[in-house]
Design a protein around this ligand. Structure first.
Ligand code: CP
Ligand code: NVA
Length: 313
C-alpha cells in the first residue's frame, strides 16, 4: 500500500487543527483515504506493529474510545484504557507525574478532558505525542473524520458551502480550522451569547478563513452543501440545560429543512444526538444524512493520525 507520509507530523502532538498547515491537514485526509481503501481491499499492513497507545477519559465516549482501540489493533498495535476513576490524575498524582510515567511505557497518549489546559499540560510534560480526543475547546479528530467524509462525497473541498447550526462549541471551533485548511466557506448560525471561541475565530480569520456568523438558522441553511449540527448541551454543561433549550428555540433541524439545501446538500452530526433538541431522529436516518459515514470515518481518520504521529516511516 502506498501511503502518503507527512514527515513534519512525526512525533508531534495533535491538540488543535489550528497547529497544522493546510498541507499537513490535507496529508492526513489523503493518507486516511489510502488506508481506508487499502483496508477494504484486504491490504492490512501492520503500520503500528509493537506500538502502544494510552487512552485517558475524563468524560463518556462511544465512538472515540472504540475507534482508537480498534485502529491500534487493526494496525498491529495495542491500546491501554485508563479512566479518570482509575488514575485520579490531578488528585492521586499530578498530571506531570502521569506524563512522566506513561512516556516510559507507551508511544502515544490520547486524552479526552474537560479543560483544554489539561491537555496542554499533559503535552508539555510528555515526551511522546498527545492526541486530543475532545476537550471543552476543540474536537480535532472528529473534524478530521468529517472532512474525510466530505472529500469522499464532493472530491474538491475548496469553495464548498458549509453551515453549522447550533452552539459555538468544541465541534464548531474545530470546524473553523478545518474549513480554513480546506478553503471552504463556513457559516455558523447560533444565538447571541453562544458564539464560537473568539481566539479561534481571530486566528483562523487572520489566516484567511472565510467564516460568517448568522442569527437566523433557517436563512443560514439556504443553498448550503453541508448542514451540520451538534448538541446544544455538551458534556459538562448539564446545569445550563433549561437556559440552553430556551436560547436554541427554532434551531431543531427536521427533514423539512433539507428542501432549502443545494441540490447536492447533505446533513451531518458528530453524535451522540439529543433527539427533539438539535435535530430529529428522522433527520439522522434521512437519505441526505451522512451521519454514520462520519462515525465510520473516525476509525479511518484516526488510523491516519496515529500513523503520521507514531509510525516508523
Ligand atoms: N463524536 C464523538 O466524539 O463521539 P463519542 O463522544 O461517543 O466519542
Ligand atoms: N459538543 C459535544 C460533542 C460530543 C462528541 C460535547 O462536547 O459533549
Amino acid at each position: 500500500m502506498n501511503i502518503t507520509s507527512v514527515e513534519s507530523l512525526k512525533g508531534r502532538d495533535f491538540l488543535s487543527l489550528g497547529d497544522l498547515s493546510n498541507q499537513e491537514f490535507q496529508g492526513i485526509l489523503d493518507s486516511a483515504l489510502e488506508i481506508k481503501q487499502g483496508f477494504k481491499q484486504g491490504d492490512k499492513p501492520a503500520l503500528l506493529q509493537g506500538k502502544t497507545l494510552a487512552m485517558i477519559f475524563e468524560k463518556q465516549s462511544l465512538r472515540t474510545r472504540s475507534t482508537f482501540d480498534i485502529a491500534m489493533y487493526q494496525l498491529g498495535g495495542h491500546s491501554v484504557l485508563l479512566s479518570q476513576n482509575y488514575i485520579g490524575w490531578g488528585v492521586r498524582e499530578t498530571i506531570r507525574d502521569v506524563a512522566s510515567n506513561l512516556e516510559r511505557w507507551t508511544d502515544g497518549i490520547m486524552a479526552r478532558t474537560y479543560g483544554h489546559e489539561t491537555l496542554t499540560e499533559l503535552a508539555e510534560h510528555a515526551n511522546i505525542p498527545v492526541i486530543n480526543g475532545l476537550s471543552d475547546l476543540l474536537h480535532p479528530c472528529q473534524l478530521s473524520a468529517d472532512y474525510l467524509t466530505l472529500k469522499e462525497e464532493f472530491g474538491d473541498l475548496s469553495g464548498l458551502k458549509i453551515t453549522f447550526v447550533g452552539d459555538g462549541n468544541n465541534v464548531s471551533n474545530s470546524h473553523i480550522y478545518a474549513a480554513m485548511h480546506a478553503g471552504a466557506a463556513l457559516t455558523i448560525a447560533c444565538p447571541e451569547g453562544f458564539d464560537p471561541d473568539e481566539n479561534v475565530l481571530r486566528q483562523a480569520r487572520d489566516q484567511g478563513a472565510q467564516v460568517d456568523i448568522y442569527r437566523d438558522p433557517r436563512q443560514a441553511a439556504v443553498g448550503t452543501d453541508v448542514l451540520y449540527t451538534d448538541v446544544w448541551i455538551s458534556m459538562g454543561q448539564e446545569e445550563e440545560s433549561e437556559k440552553r433549550k430556551k436560547a436554541f428555540a427554532g434551531y431543531t433541524i427536521t427533514p423539512e429543512w433539507f428542501a432549502d439545501l443545494s441540490p447536492r446538500g447533505i446533513f451531518m452530526h458528530d453524535l451522540p444526538a439529543h433527539y427533539g433538541e438539535e435535530c430529529t431522529e428522522e433527520a439522522v436516518y434521512h437519505q441526505r444524512s451522512r451521519v454514520f459515514d462520519q462515525a465510520e470515518n473516525r476509525l479511518h481518520a484516526q488510523k491516519a493520525i496515529l500513523y503520521q504521529l507514531l509510525a516508523d516511516h
